[in-house]
Design a binder for this molecule. Structure first.
Ligand SMILES: [Zn+2]
Length: 303
């Protein structure tokens, strides 16, 4: 008689545990595994917490500029953005492959060509879904502002490797290659946005380091100012296949942590996504705008 309730309790706990495990697995609809971070995001599981003094301090206040208007010095009716082709690369897709590909042109070092990325710890939404949804909104906004935009994918149902993504940008002659990703960590407190670029000693395209840094800084500055997310120290690495193959300035932009419950829910929020998209477009405007290296190089080339 006394043992009866305790047996029921054990059974109840067991069912609870099974349900919890099933829910966790549902995070990844394709393989049934919980994949925290894609290879292209972060080779190690270590994620530094945001520093207390961000690299990109938020300027206090300031007038919001209207990006739809012509910049000062522009002739009427002329939109400098038409000169630029932006290649948007929504990270991952619903298909993964363990096949390897060289991490840079001519390299013998191989890395997995496609992974699923992380998944929302609260929402259960796959990183590849967030990346594509935001990229499609950003494409529309950039086209509205006058840019030409190329997408490396517009569907979840494709298997596209990181070399191929960079080659699409290269073949089209992109002026910037922007790769959109969300971060994942074992530490649920890890938070913030970050730009990843090649290092100054990149063995493949070191000439793109400076401009890539400028693009990354402009994006992080505008993005964290608009969204209120923490700016993490930018990361330079020569281990990212898609960045190593790019022949143009390239940034892998981590929009926030899907492993952080708070940021996961923000990244799914419609109004928050509008801020993300507007600020990323503002970052590109700042990068391509008057007086910047990108603009001067374009003008020199055209002369
Ligand atoms: Zn990713």
């Amino acid at each position: 008689m006394i043992r009866q309730p305790s047996r029921k309790l054990v059974l109840f706990l067991l069912i609870g545990l099974l349900l919890f495990t099933a829910c966790r697995k549902a995070n990844d609809p394709v393989t049934g595994q919980t994949v925290l971070s894609g290879d292209e995001d972060r080779p190690s599981g270590e994620v530094p917490l945001p520093s207390s003094s961000p690299l990109f301090p938020k300027p206090d206040g300031g007038e919001e500029e209207d990006p739809g208007e012509s910049l000062p010095g522009e002739k009427e009716g002329e939109n400098f953005r038409r000169e630029f082709l932006v290649c948007l690369d929504p990270g991952h897709s619903a298909h993964a492959s363990t096949k390897g590909e060289p991490i840079g042109p001519g390299s013998k070092e191989m890395k997995r060509m496609a992974s699923l990325g992380s998944a929302g710890i609260r929402s259960g939404v796959g990183e590849y879904e967030v990346n594509l949804d935001v990229a499609l909104l950003l494409r529309d906004e950039l086209e509205k502002r006058g840019y030409r935009v190329l997408m490396t994918r517009e569907s979840q149902d494709v298997l596209v490797g990181n070399v191929e993504r960079a080659q699409m940008a290269n073949e089209a002659g992109a002026d910037a290659f922007l790769r959109l990703h969300c971060d994942g960590s074992d530490n649920p407190r890890a938070k913030g946005a970050m730009a990843v670029t090649i290092s100054p000693d990149n063995p493949y395209h070191p000439e793109n380091y400076r401009a890539s840094q400028q693009l990354g800084q402009a994006l992080v500055r505008e993005y964290t100012r608009a969204t209120g997310l923490v700016a993490r120290k930018s990361w330079t690495t020569d281990t990212m296949t898609g960045l190593n193959w790019a022949e143009s300035p390239a940034v892998l932009f981590e929009m926030g942590f899907l492993s952080n419950p708070e940021e996961d829910l923000l990244l799914q929020d419609h109004e928050f996504r509008e801020k993300m998209v507007q600020s990323l477009a503002n970052g590109l405007d700042a990068y391509f705008g008057e007086g910047t290296d990108a603009r001067k190089e374009k003008e020199d080339k055209d002369e």
